[in-house]
Ligand binder design. Structure first.
Ligand code: HEC
Length: 146
């Protein structure tokens, strides 16, 4: 009995260790390096509302220069109160924040401002597949570079 317990604990220890190493190497836990080409296809879901080329207007904020930008701060775009509040509380767009935001946008913004579900203006339910998000982020990194 004790033997089983010990080997179980050892297995758990090893699994956690591997996870930690993965997190250090990739920067984001359990997130494989994304595929830019596949990510471009995923972006079809965002295209109706977002442009990646600077200066172009759309329903959603222009995403040019997104990485490193504080949420809700693109000049002249009319954001929701909650998105601006999240920015004021320190939400900055990068691989990690986008990875979680794009899974389930409203609750993520909500978690930043202490609400269960934020009232943000983005009508998009989220991308549940980790792969899709990783690929999309790889694409966005290239496409939104200034
Ligand atoms: C139906 C239109 C629509 C779709 C589809 C959509 N968005 Fe948005 N998005 C918006 C709007 C509107 C906002 C502003 C939200 C607010 O102010 O609450 C926004 C905000 C954002 C922001 C925050 C930007 C900033 O300047 O703070 C990011 C990042 C983003 N969207 C990425 C995406 C990605 C990636 C997709 C595709 C997976 C997507 N969106 C799909 C309309 C959309």
């Amino acid at each position: 009995m004790i033997g089983i317990f010990r080997s179980l604990m050892l297995g758990l220890f090893l699994a956690v260790g591997a996870f930690a190493v993965d997190a250090v190497v990739t920067g984001t836990p359990a997130q494989a390096a994304g595929d830019v080409k596949k990510g471009k296809k995923v972006f079809a879901k965002c295209k109706a509302c977002h442009k990646t080329v600077a200066g172009k207007k759309s329903v959603g904020p222009n995403l040019n220069g997104l990485f490193g930008r504080t949420a809700g701060t693109l000049a002249k775009f009319k954001y929701s109160k909650d998105m601006k509040a999240a920015g004021a509380k320190g939400l900055v767009w990068n691989e990690e924040t986008l990875f979680t935001y794009l899974k389930n946008p409203k609750p993520f913004v909500g978690s930043f401002i202490g609400k269960k579900k934020a009232k943000t203006r983005m009508v998009f339910k989220g991308l549940k597949k980790e792969k899709d998000r990783a690929n999309l982020i790889a694409y966005l990194k290239e496409a939104t570079a200034k």
